[in-house]
Design a protein around this ligand. Structure first.
Ligand SMILES: [Zn+2]
Length: 135
């Protein structure tokens, strides 16, 4: 995908039957790159992210959510217009992915407020690093 073509980041859990992902977030929060963002491995215009584990019955741990947020923050910096969603939000797809216990609503609320604030803070820090004269 070219830069302008990336429009969505879609979150899955390990119990999803799909296999094409760009990033895998381990339970430890560690992130593994499975494919280059320029490659289309799943849906059009979409970066596919899978969290190791099955969240039908239990929630992901804090470390794993932190790992996911870090990836989403990086994506938001790279693709400012990117929208974040869970697999089950894709119209016409019958799935509970990323699992009933996955805190999707919290993640989406964060992505609409906290994520932008964190992105702006990261950008500011970047700018300051580049333009502030050394002490
Ligand atoms: Zn899925």
């Amino acid at each position: 995908m070219r830069l302008g073509e990336v429009r969505f980041a879609l979150v899955h859990h390990g119990a999803c039957p799909e296999t094409g992902f760009h990033y895998r977030i381990r339970s430890s929060g560690e992130t593994e790159t499975c494919a280059s963002e320029s490659e289309r491995v799943g849906r059009a215009h979409c970066i596919e992210i899978v969290l190791e584990g099955d969240f039908s019955e239990q929630r992901p741990g804090d470390a794993q959510i932190e790992g996911l947020r870090a990836v989403l923050l990086t994506l938001k910096q790279r693709y400012p217009r990117i929208a974040i969603g869970g697999h089950r939000q894709v119209r016409g797809e019958q799935t509970t992915c990323p699992g009933r216990r996955f805190p999707l609503r919290e993640l989406l609320a964060w992505s609409r407020s906290g994520l932008l604030a964190e992105r702006d803070a990261a950008l500011e820090a970047d700018v300051e690093r580049q333009y502030r004269p050394p002490h």
